[in-house]
Design a protein around this ligand. Structure first.
Ligand SMILES: [Zn+2]
Length: 505
């Protein structure tokens, strides 16, 4: 009995233990589920089937007159003026130099969307995509139901090329020397006054502030350029999130999802510091859900034509997402997942692990090059003027073009003595002869500077005074455009001329 009652007691105890163990297990399982839920990537809406089609069908809507970044108002103005119903085109005003700035409107819906491009004159990618969007709305095809939905739910307002004076000279600032995007409060430029006036008249619910950014920004620290970056600009120094800014963040999540299908890892987030003088920040403050889109660099796309196609794709996806309100299904995770723009981490070319010599000492460096664009005398043309943009251990930097040259030494090339006849072509045999003699630079007058010339395996320079013994092309150092012979065991295998690597013939 005793033992039995002890047994009974034991049984009771163990039953109680088991019960509490069970409860503990249930609790742990529930808690675990909670943890698992919070760790699991948030559920995002499925990508719109149209998003992929916008990209595929873009060639049908391409505004073919422009296929390069350098163009002027006169290249788009006749087409804008000729837009017919259902488009409504009006003159929004004139630039400082009296160039026309247009307000293009289509759609009758209650939600007002304002898109303005090229506030900075040398940032033309979105203008090209806007011209494609104008074509899109003039055609009839399988997208007709979507066109109807967008135009019945939204009113679209475009200001293509807000800074035609800057575009004319392919420079950032207005003709007054003012950065229009720092003139949102003082309104000293006619261009800024026009943008503010249109925004206030339209009472825009959404604003798309369309720019191009430095091509040397990385998307985070990895080897990816920030080919397109987004920002929902802050409206205060605390970077608060209200409904207006929150909606902009949600829509960015949607656009990023579309971009990741085409340029994975190459989407960044622009610096979100509050800038009290900028339009985006103030628009957000004035109650317009504002999205900054900055187009950067993409490998193999020097004229931004693929980036233009991607601009078209995300603009159309955004308009669809606003019209059918899918953006509201997004949380902030898409926006928050974007890596920040990493400044100064990219170059056009990096040659890795080269040996160079100074004071009879050999040492190993990575050499980085950037190819600056210089306006050429011919209209809408440019040439490259390259410099060594960084040297040393560049293991944390990246480039659109990289070569491992371990085991090679770089030495400055020589300048050909005497002035080379200006009208005479230089053929492959002569190039080979020059390179075999270690000559990279040619003194010459009267040659036209253009892009093709700037990729030539010989550098043309203006004649020096001491042309009898002009010496070598320079020293290997920061900020100079030294032509290089790339040698293995004293034999030249490559030359670097104006920031381009050429295998010698
Ligand atoms: Zn800009």
């Amino acid at each position: 009995m005793f033992s039995s009652s002890r047994n009974t007691a034991q049984t009771n105890i163990s039953t109680t233990k088991r019960r509490s163990l069970r409860m503990m297990q249930v609790f742990l399982a529930f808690f675990g589920l909670l943890v698992a839920c919070s760790n699991r990537p948030p559920q995002v809406p499925a990508i719109s089937p149209n998003a992929l089609k916008f990209y595929e069908k873009h060639p049908d809507y391409l505004f073919k007159s422009i296929i390069q970044r350098r163009f002027k108002l006169e290249d788009i103005e006749p087409t804008i003026k000729a837009l017919h119903a259902p488009f409504r085109v009006s003159l929004a005003g004139q630039s400082f130099q009296k160039r026309n700035i247009y307000h293009v409107n289509i759609g009758n819906g209650p939600v007002k969307v304002l898109l303005w491009s090229q506030m900075h004159g040398d940032e033309p990618t979105a203008t090209m995509a806007m011209m494609d969007i104008f074509n899109f709305f003039q055609q009839k095809d399988e997208f007709d139901p979507l066109r109807q939905e967008i135009l019945s739910k939204l009113s679209l307002h475009f200001i293509p090329m807000l800074n035609p004076d800057g575009a004319n000279r392919f420079t950032r600032r207005s003709m007054q020397g003012i950065d229009i995007n720092r003139d949102a409060l003082r309104l000293q430029t006619p261009e800024a006054r026009i943008l503010k006036k249109v925004r206030d008249e339209v009472k825009a619910d959404w604003g798309f502030n369309l720019h191009d950014q430095n091509i040397y920004l990385g998307a985070g620290r990895g080897p990816y350029p920030a080919s397109i970056s987004f920002l929902a600009p802050a409206y205060d120094y605390e970077k608060s999130i209200n409904e207006v800014r929150g909606d902009a963040m949600k829509l960015i999540g949607l656009m990023n999802q579309v971009l990741q299908t085409r340029i994975p890892n190459q989407v960044g987030r622009y610096d979100d510091a509050f800038e009290p003088r900028a339009f985006g920040d103030n628009m957000q403050k004035w109650g317009t859900r504002t999205i900054l889109i900055e187009t950067g660099g993409l490998k193999g796309d020097p004229e931004n034509q693929e980036l233009r196609r991607l601009n078209f794709t995300i603009f159309m996806s955004a308009l669809e997402g606003i019209a059918n309100q899918v953006y509201q299904k997004w949380d902030f995770s898409g926006y928050d997942s974007l890596p920040e723009n990493e400044s100064n981490s990219f170059h056009d070319m990096i040659l890795r692990k080269l040996q160079i010599m100074r004071n009879d000492k050999l040492y190993t460096v990575d050499l980085a090059f950037r190819r600056a664009e210089v306006e050429a005398p011919a209209p809408n043309k440019y040439f490259y003027k390259s410099t060594i943009s960084e040297l040393g251990d560049l293991s944390t930097s990246h480039a659109y073009e990289e070569h491992n040259l371990e085991g090679y030494q770089a030495v400055p090339g020589k300048i050909l003595s005497g002035v080379y006849p200006s009208g005479q072509n230089i053929g492959p045999a002569e190039i080979k002869d020059f390179h075999s003699r270690g000559i990279t630079d040619i003194q010459r007058t009267g040659w036209a500077e253009n892009m093709e010339q700037s990729k030539f395996p010989l550098l043309f320079i203006r004649p020096k005074d001491n042309s009898a013994d002009p010496g070598q092309s320079g020293v290997i150092g920061l900020g100079v455009n030294t032509s290089l012979l790339i040698q293995k065991d004293g034999v030249t295998e490559y030359v670097v001329v104006n920031g381009f690597l050429h295998k010698i013939l």
